[in-house]
Design a protein around this ligand. Structure first.
Ligand SMILES: Cc1cc2nc3c(=O)[nH]c(=O)nc-3n(C[C@H](O)[C@H](O)[C@H](O)COP(=O)(O)O)c2cc1C
Length: 177
């Protein structure tokens, strides 16, 4: 559980390749995720080629550090398997969180990089990767050995826990009117 509690996004990486068995374990974690109707509507594109990483790092202003990652991954929804992109996203998100946790357990830093639903971003990924019909790039992940101090935030928030019934937030009464 500590690997969940002390995970944080890492955006600075050492210039060192990941080991093959580590990559396999990260992928194994993805494939262990639950999915609606057990359809597993995902495709994972593993990228270690520096030129491709550099191109993908321009997909969004918040992905620039992907060029320095040891490995990038494009998490894709496969709408040929499940035509509902909404369900695909939920399933792929579960797989992604599993990978971030497994990476942390292996002392590998990672950061989720948003793509979908920003049209200019997913079109750019498509242009770079020439993805086939029905394959939607949802987001990317940067992986690498960390070269920064980990900043683990305390996100525990009692006000967002509701036992038995939804408790009204006295500070937010206006929102209900
Ligand atoms: C859907 C999603 C999209 C994200 N996109 C980006 C991104 O484009 N660039 C980035 O640096 N971090 C991105 N993040 C990471 C968040 O900024 C980070 O998870 C958040 O600030 C909480 O910090 P923590 O991961 O260290 O707990 C994204 C996270 C999620 C879940």
């Amino acid at each position: 559980m500590d690997y969940i509690f002390n995970r944080c996004s890492i955006r600075k990486f050492k210039d060192e390749p990941l080991k093959d068995d580590e990559i396999q374990k990260i992928l194994k974690a993805a494939f262990s995720a639950p999915s609606a109707r057990d359809l597993r509507p995902w495709q994972f594109i593993v990228i270690q080629n520096k030129e491709t990483l550099e191109k993908l790092s321009t997909v969004s202003p918040y992905a620039s550090f992907l060029k320095d990652a040891s490995m990038g991954m494009i998490v894709c929804a496969d709408t040929n398997i499940n035509p509902s992109l909404d369900y695909c996203q939920q399933d792929c998100a579960a797989a992604t969180e599993n990978m971030l946790i497994e990476a942390n357990a292996l002392s590998i830093g990672s950061c989720w990089l948003g793509v979908y639903p920003r049209e200019e971003r997913y079109l750019k990924v498509n242009e770079i990767m020439k993805l086939p019909k029905g394959i939607f790039p949802l987001w990317m992940i940067a992986f690498g050995y960390s070269d920064q101090k980990a900043v683990v935030k305390n996100k525990w928030d009692e006000s967002k826990i509701h036992y038995e019934k939804y408790k009204k937030n006295l500070l937010n009464q206006d929102a209900l009117i």
